[in-house]
Design a protein around this ligand. Structure first.
Ligand code: GDP
Ligand code: MG
Length: 163
């Protein structure tokens, strides 16, 4: 079977948007209500002749706002268990949050490659916002804009290199 890439992160950071971009087919439903995702969570994808299966872990359950942390811990653990590579998505517009820090601790304790994607870097002037995410201790943050398809080639190069 194909290697598995899991996408984890807080509600509303753009996981499903990224998932749909990489899948190049609209399979997830992206809602404007934070935390609400009703989607097919598995999708096959391919980059430079490397095939893999992606999981949008945010689609596993409808997240009520009071349960965000519980849900994120669940996502992170599931991703660690199932995936060969974990893509941790954070939000440049919101900045670093305590929930991001908590998930980073869980991810760091797993012996799996973790890639840190800083989403919503919609223009070059937003790139400065990525630097604070070095504090998560997960290595280089990759600036992306899932909505505008920016930085995705570099991120995908890193994903397939880690498979
Ligand atoms: P999820 O809850 O993590 O799956 O996030 P979604 O993919 O549902 O996106 C949440 C919101 O962020 C939606 O309103 C998206 O349109 C928006 N969004 C996603 N990617 C970007 C981006 O690159 N830039 C901006 N400005 N907004 C984005
Ligand atoms: Mg989603």
């Amino acid at each position: 079977s194909k290697p598995i890439v899991a996408i984890v992160g807080r509600p509303n950071v753009g996981k499903s948007t990224l998932f749909n971009r990489i899948a190049q087919k609209r399979v997830s439903i992206v809602e404007d209500i934070p935390g609400v995702t009703r989607d097919r969570i598995y999708m096959d994808a391919e980059w430079l002749n490397h095939e893999f299966t992606m999981i949008d872990t945010g689609g596993i359950e409808i997240e009520s706002t009071d349960k965000i942390l519980t849900s994120m811990r669940h996502q992170a653990k599931l991703a660690i268990k199932e995936a060969d590579v974990v893509v941790f998505v954070v939000d440049a517009k919101t900045g670093l949050t305590s929930a991001d820090e908590e998930v980073a601790v869980i991810l760091k304790n797993a012996r799996k490659p973790i890639l840190l994607a800083v989403n919503k870097v919609d223009s070059p002037k937003d790139e400065l916002e990525t630097f604070e995410f070095y504090n998560l201790g997960l290595g280089e943050p990759y600036a992306i804009s899932a909505a505008n398809a920016l930085g995705l080639g570099d991120l995908l190069d890193q994903i397939v290199a880690a498979l």
